[in-house]
Design a protein around this ligand. Structure first.
Ligand code: ATP
Length: 585
């Protein structure tokens, strides 16, 4: 397919906010794509040139893209045009508005963009600009609009993974009936381009026995909640319990012979073939910040492995574990080696999905834990530990362990039902968390998304922001529903920081997938992108929150615990269903 034809679809998608209409457009597009164009078109629509979990960046700022446009165009006041239009894509479109259509196919644009991303080292910026300039000379305004937006990471078509998965089901069966099966495949292999190609080319048969591949992340298995050791034991009976470590979830992949990376040109990922990769809860590639863990994984002495774990920093002199904030302090661009030395990580391995070429997802919990223990015990990695796993046979034993863990300063425990399999991405009672809570508090914190903010009154007038409107997620209808006003738990010095972050994602009108009643409409609306962690006393019924005109849910005394939680995407926040469950605990 010609790249320009794909761009025509992008225009249509950009103008829509209804998920059903987007699905229809995608189904039509899928019927016209073939071969590797399928993967490439999917990555483009995700605003990228590789699967989401590959850390590939163009390293070309808006400023430099504008410079390249300036060098290419006869218009010498590109800066003024950018000020007026406020979007690099619109500037590019304007610059090339009189250019004819290009002859580029999707694949050739994909290769050109790869080339731009690949350039590294001294003078790389100007070499990248030159390549972009060449592309600008040979593309239409529409094509250049999307090319530049992809380069600066601002494509934003509003397409969620769910919409892609729905569209693949509609493509095959004309309805949503194959959605669960396709979603399962996507849980096992997080390369959406690859899954889409399998489905489009081979139908549902092609994904039936999709396998784990070391190097490609698996959707993390999620947990349910219970309020007390007694109710937990009533639900599960005999079960394994493990401490609930409060660190960073880390899915570790290793292959002695190097991890498969056929999706991305090798030079983009560095000359050496990687043997270890690590991913966060939402499949962000965290390998770059884990030099110490890479060494430890190599010391396990296995051929290949995928294991699930929680990583926590520790003080090398005392051996004591540090707080979550300190654990993630190494999450930065420079000084990682020093940070890793100052606060190395201890990795508590709590499950295993693959060992030496063998897929363990269909293996029961007890056997998985046994294999994991053997692997960790026979390896030489001091900082990888097998998470204590205790089989409890009564509510009293469970209660005693819970007390032991919480007295030791842990968050609580995770109970795991005997015989259960590792089902990627599922949240059910196979795994249940039990956390310490203060009296009158909800049994768990709530992850919400910011929908907007109110300009400050009184003492906060000077900040121009005085409270946030936060929302929860209705996953059945893919909608964000207003949940509560939040103004407590925020330091004065944080308000300006929050305002700046929110102003960057402000929008003029209420999007179709957001529900906010007039009575609580914030002064500034934002795209639902920033995830916050909130504590509250209770889930309450509300006349003004939830769906407009209906009773909805709200929170009593919400307090901010963390702004901008990065390991969760908006679609992974607390759902209406989970709030209803929390209300009952
Ligand atoms: P959720 O993952 O349920 O959406 P959350 O991200 O807010 O919730 P928590 O409430 O902390 O996380 O509970 C689940 C998380 O606990 C897991 O994602 C994992 O990072 C962590 N965890 C710690 N110890 C364990 C363990 N032994 N088994 C499984 N998960 C554990």
């Amino acid at each position: 397919m010609q790249f320009n034809d794909l761009c025509e679809y992008l225009v249509k998608l950009e103008d829509l906010s209804s998920r059903n209409e987007m699905t229809e457009i995608l189904v039509e597009l899928f019927s016209k794509l073939e071969g590797k164009e399928i993967d490439q078109a999917i990555y483009f629509m995700q605003g990228r040139i590789a699967p989401l979990y590959e850390p590939i960046e163009f390293n070309l700022s808006i400023k430099l893209v504008l410079k390249a446009l300036e060098a290419h165009s006869s218009n010498n006041d590109i800066q003024a045009l950018f000020k007026k239009l406020g979007d690099v894509g619109l500037v590019a479109e304007e610059v090339n508005k009189d250019s004819g259509l290009s002859k580029y196919s999707i694949t050739s644009i994909f290769e050109h963009l790869n080339e731009i991303a690949e350039i590294e080292g001294t003078n790389s910026q100007s070499a990248k600009q030159t390549l972009l300039q060449e592309l600008a000379q040979n593309t239409s305004g529409l094509e250049l609009k999307y090319i530049t937006r992809i380069i600066v990471g601002k494509l934003r078509l509003g397409l969620s993974d769910k919409t892609f998965l729905d569209a693949l089901s509609w493509y095959l069966s004309g309805d949503k009936s194959l959605r669960a099966e396709i979603e399962r495949a996507y849980g096992v292999n997080a390369d959406l381009g690859y899954v889409a190609r399998l489905v489009i080319e081979g139908g549902v048969e092609a994904i039936k026995d999709i396998h784990l591949t070391p190097g490609i992340p698996v959707a993390s298995k999620l947990v349910q909640r219970e309020a007390t050791p007694q109710t937990l034991f009533e639900r599960l009976g005999d079960c394994y319990i493990q401490p609930k470590y409060d660190g960073l979830r880390l899915q570790v992949h290793y292959d002695k012979n190097g991890l498969g990376e056929e999706k991305v040109s090798m030079s983009l990922l560095g000359a050496e073939k990687k043997t270890v990769k690590m991913f966060s809860r939402n499949m962000e590639n965290l390998t770059y910040m884990m030099p110490d863990v890479i060494e430890q994984v190599e010391l396990l002495g296995v051929e290949s492995i995928i294991f699930d774990s929680e990583a926590i920093g520790f003080d090398p002199s005392s051996g004591e574990l540090v707080s979550f904030q300190e654990t993630i302090s190494r999450k930065r661009k420079t000084g990682i080696i020093e940070a890793a030395k100052a606060t190395p990580l201890k990795v508590f391995a709590f499950d295993i999905l693959h060992i030496n070429g063998r897929d363990l997802m269909q293996t029961g919990l007890e056997e998985r834990l046994q294999i994991l223990k053997e692997v960790v015990d026979s390896g030489k990695s001091e900082n990888i530990e097998f998470a204590e796993s205790v089989l409890v046979k009564s509510a009293e034993e469970l209660d005693a362990k819970f007390k032991e863990y919480t007295d030791a300063g842990l968050e609580g425990l995770i109970a795991k039902d005997l015989g259960t399999l590792y089902e990627p991405g599922t949240r059910n009672y196979d795994w249940i968390k039990l956390k310490v809570k203060a009296q009158k508090e909800l049994a768990d914190t709530v992850d919400a998304v910011v929908l907007g903010y109110y300009s400050g009154r009184g003492v906060r007038a000077k900040f121009g922001i005085g409270a946030l409107l936060i929302g929860c997620y209705d996953n059945k209808n893919d909608k964000y529903l207003s949940l509560a006003k939040l103004g407590t738990g925020i330091k004065d010095s944080d308000w300006p920081i929050f305002k700046k972050a929110l102003d960057e994602i402000s929008v003029d009108a209420l999007a179709e997938n957001v529900e906010i009643d007039k009575q609580v409409m914030p002064d500034v609306l934002v795209r639902p992108e920033i995830v916050v962690v909130v504590e509250a006393d209770e889930v309450t019924v509300s006349k003004v929150h939830g769906y407009v005109g209906k009773d909805g849910l709200s929170l009593r005394f919400p307090r901010l615990k963390q702004f901008a939680r990065e390991d969760k995407d908006p679609e992974q926040i607390t759902t209406v269903e989970e709030l209803e469950q929390l209300a009952k605990l």
